[in-house]
Structures are given as structure tokens and as C-alpha cells.
Design a protein around this ligand. Structure first.
Ligand code: NAP
Length: 285
């Protein structure tokens, strides 16, 4: 039997359901909607597609989504000035800077400039530290979305073997901490990992975020495993994931497609965190 699909639109719809009623009540109380500023510098195709979708999805929930599209030659000082303005903007509750940034801009300096209370994508070192210390803070939306996708399958994580391909600050590292919180046993792989197929074959849950189309083959997957494809690469005008979907679907128990998997969830998850930031600002905490 082919694997069941973890469809992004279904997971995102559940998240929206959680938000809608609360949004209506809060709007009646405050007369203001949550505000999210998304900044993109340059022309990275995957980022442009993500930001366009964020704009569309923003309107659907009645958020005030401001997209700031800056040219590739934007200086670090110009970007920092915009972030400072948004940090003080009353109508903005969340700020997200899309990665990757052009090489002449230092990502760490930029993330450090975001007000940690508006850092809804968990990129500020303070929020990263909170995640590391198991404290409440903002979590990178992609990692948070993967956790929601696993919850969607209703399969428990505790005691399971999870393999993550990729160790970036926005996916692999935060996800490993979230999975540890849920008592999974983790293996984190990267481009220097030896014997990747054998390691993957041991995984009850396999998450790939390498950005390498077709990396994960059918015979890399344990029968019945949950396979989540975070990879998004533009290939011949189409968005493709890291997983050989046709082959893996015949082996896995659950699988997320690309497109139509993590993409719509990440955007909704970013709004979910923006709603949290908005509530905190209203409550003055
Ligand atoms: P990244 O910073 O480039 O990290 C990629 C990771 O994959 C690195 O840790 C790298 O290892 C590892 N890797 C690359 N090739 C590998 C291979 N052949 N075998 C094993 N590991 C390998 O990328 P990222 O920002 O985390 O994004 C990863 C992918 O997810 C991209 O396709 C991106 O577009 C996608 N993404 C999607 C969303 C979404 O919501 N839809 C959000 C974020 C990212 P090293 O550390 O050794 O270099």
C-alpha cells in the first residue's frame, strides 16, 4: 500500500482553525490585526516563492502582512535601519528576515538586530538559547512545522529513532532539540556523513533538509517510516524536494510531497507565532 500523504494544506488548515476564533475575539477587543513584516533581500527563487505565498496566506487570515523586497545590492546598514524601524513600529508584532542573505550581509548581525519579542521565526540568539535551554521562546517556523507534521500522523515520537539530514540553524539544529524534548533518539547527518543510506534505513522518522533533489532513494527508507521532505529546489522551472517521491512512497508509511508539503505549513506557523507575539504585546508582557 502506498504511504499516506502528509498534506501541507490539511496541516495548515488545522493551524488556521486554532487561530480563527481567537483572532476574531482579539480584533473585537483591540480593533487591530496582528502585523507581520517579511524582509527579502535579492532574488533567491525558493525565497521569492515562499514570500509570495506568505503574502497570499496573510490576506486569508486577515493579518497585516508587509513584504519588504529589497534589491541584492542593499547594504547591511540599510537592512539594519529597516529592522530598527520595524522594531519600533506599533502595527508590527513579528519580523522575519528570509535566508539566505547576499554574501556581503552578515546574517548573525542581522538576526541579532531583531527585537527578540518580535523575532517570530526564532532567529535571534536569545530565542535560540531559550530553545537550547528548554525555555519558552520563538522557534524557527520550519522546524516547528515538521513537529506539527509528525503530530498529524498521530504516531508517538518517544523512543523512536529519528534521522535528520541537514544541520542548519533554521532546520536541523532546532528540530533536533524539539525532537529531544519529545524523547526521540536522534542522528544528525550532513555532507561529511559516511554511510548515509544505511543510517537512513534505521530511521522510524526521516527528515531531509539538504536541498539536494532526489537524494533519498526508495531503498534508503525503512518500511513504514515517516518521511518528511523539507528540501525545496527549483529545477527546470519546478519546485522539487530531496526525496525520490515515486520510489519512497511505495516503502514509507507516511510521506510529505514537494510542493504541497511543508511550504504552506511554514507560512501558517509563522503567523501562529505572530499571533502569540501580538497577544503578548496586548497583554503587555
Ligand atoms: P543549508 O543551510 O544549505 O543546509 C543544508 C544542510 O544539508 C547542511 O547541513 C548540509 O551539510 C546538508 N547536506 C547537503 N548535501 C548533503 C548530502 N548530500 N548529504 C547529507 N547532507 C547534506 O540549507 P537550509 O537553509 O537548512 O535548507 C535546506 C533545504 O530546505 C533547502 O532546500 C531549502 O530551500 C529548504 N527549506 C524549506 C523551507 C520551507 O519551509 N519550505 C524552509 C527552510 C528551508 P553541511 O552542513 O556539511 O554543509
Amino acid at each position: 500500500m502506498p504511504a499516506k500523504l502528509i498534506r501541507g494544506d490539511e496541516v495548515a488548515a488545522r493551524l488556521r482553525e486554532e487561530m480563527v476564533a481567537e483572532l476574531e475575539t482579539l480584533y473585537e477587543e483591540t480593533g487591530r490585526v496582528p502585523g507581520l513584516a517579511v524582509i527579502i533581500v535579492g532574488e533567491d527563487p525558493a525565497s521569492l516563492s515562499y514570500v509570495a505565498n506568505a503574502e497570499k496566506a496573510g490576506a486569508s487570515l486577515g493579518f497585516n502582512v508587509q513584504v519588504h523586497r529589497l534589491p541584492e545590492h542593499t547594504t547591511e546598514a540599510e537592512l539594519l535601519k529597516l529592522i530598527e524601524k520595524l522594531n519600533f513600529a506599533d502595527e508590527i508584532d513579528g519580523i522575519m528576515v528570509q535566508l539566505p542573505l547576499p554574501r556581503h550581509i552578515d546574517s548573525y548581525t542581522v538576526m541579532e538586530a531583531i527585537d527578540p519579542e518580535k523575532d517570530v521565526d526564532g532567529a535571534h540568539p536569545l530565542n535560540m538559547g531559550k530553545l537550547f535551554s528548554d525555555e519558552k521562546g520563538y522557534i524557527p517556523s520550519t522546524a516547528h512545522s515538521v513537529m506539527r507534521m509528525i503530530e498529524f500522523t498521530l504516531q508517538p515520537l518517544y523512543g523512536k529513532s529519528a534521522v535528520l539530514i541537514g544541520r542548519s540553524n533554521i532546520v536541523g539544529k532546532p528540530l533536533s532539540l524539539l525532537m529531544l524534548r519529545r524523547n526521540a533518539t536522534l542522528t544528525i547527518c550532513h555532507s561529511f556523513t559516511q554511510g548515509l543510506p544505511e543510517i537512513c534505513r534505521e530511521a522510524d522518522i526521516l527528515v531531509t533538509a539538504a536541498g539536494k533533489p532526489g537524494l533519498v532513494k526508495g531503498d534508503w527508507v525503512k518500511p513504514g517510516a515517516i518521511v518528511i521532505d523539507v528540501g525545496v529546489t527549483q529545477l527546470d522551472g519546478k519546485l522539487v524536494g530531496d526525496v525520490d517521491f515515486a520510489a519512497v512512497r511505495n516503502v514509507a508509511g507516511w510521506i510529505s510531497p514537494v510542493p504541497g508539503g511543508i511550504g504552506p505549513i511554514t507560512i501558517t506557523m509563522l503567523k501562529w507565532s505572530t499571533l502569540e507575539a501580538y497577544k503578548k504585546r496586548i497583554a503587555g508582557i
